[in-house]
Design a protein around this ligand. Structure first.
Ligand code: ADE
Length: 248
């Protein structure tokens, strides 16, 4: 999967994604990521990409022209790449999703991450200042996505959050493919508690069932603990799980 992040701060993206699990996944070639500087596409002779908003309310807005030309250039490159290797890639004419990360979008969750993980390419557009001129958004954006009901200074952190959550669902990124399924939200519940060595720490014992070697019993315990934890910490998720799983 190939992430294309359009931003005024490309170094922030590449530094953020280059380490740990994602850095390794990029080296292995499971995922690819590029950060494209929107400023490189401005036709303004002073390299300006923003201007004052029309109407009341002070603030600067990213202008339509550099954003449009940047998105267009990236989509053209993707189409050309797909056309070069049609047997392994999505058809060149398949619409590439262009996500604008904004507090005004649908709230990102695990289900959305799973949907996006099926794409071969994902374009993430990061706004800054007061946002981006509405006219270009109308023309290029396919999805508006927020990472939560709070406002950040720019779209870079939300884009990185999305790349991280989506990448770990791409086959080969996690060493143990199973963990993406058993993780919190993988089955709509929070994950059960986990323990490592030593067997006793601060007088607290690892639950004996985990030492029993009985896989059936362990699975039963894990589900019960998942349910207990979800009910306590996320009653909304618990309610939803009950509705979907209680068929009696
Ligand atoms: N840009 C600023 N705040 C944001 C948020 N909460 N989600 C996505 N993009 C944003």
């Amino acid at each position: 999967m190939f992430f294309h992040v359009l931003t005024l701060f490309p170094e922030m993206i590449m530094e953020g994604l280059g380490t740990s699990i994602l850095g390794r996944a990029m080296q292995k070639g499971c995922i690819q990521a590029e950060a494209i500087n929107i400023r490189d596409y401005t036709t303004n002779k002073h390299q300006k990409v923003d201007d004052y908003t029309y109407g009341p309310g002070a603030g600067m807005l990213m202008q339509a022209q550099p954003v449009y030309d940047c998105v267009h250039a990236v989509l053209t490159r993707i189409a050309e790449r797909r056309a070069r290797s049609p047997e392994t890639e999505s058809p060149a004419e398949k619409r590439v999703r262009v996500v604008y990360v904004t507090p005004q979008g649908a709230v990102f969750d695990q289900k959305m991450a799973q949907e996006f993980a099926k794409e071969e390419d994902l374009v993430l557009l990061c706004g800054h200042y007061e946002g981006i001129d509405e006219r270009v958004l109308e023309e290029v954006v396919t999805d508006y996505v927020s990472i939560g009901d709070y406002v950040l200074t720019g779209g870079e952190l939300p884009a990185m959050v999305m790349v991280d959550a989506i990448s770990r669902l791409v086959p080969g990124v996690l060493n143990n493919d199973e963990s993406a399924v058993t993780d919190s939200f993988g089955n709509g519940l929070l994950e059960h508690p986990q323990y490592s060595r030593p067997q006793v720490w601060h007088d607290k014992e690892v639950p004996p069932v985990l030492l029993s070697g009985n896989h059936k019993l362990i699975e039963k315990w894990q589900l019960e603990e998942s349910l207990k934890r979800t009910k306590e910490r996320r009653p909304d998720l618990y309610q939803k799980w009950r509705e979907e799983n209680d068929h009696s």
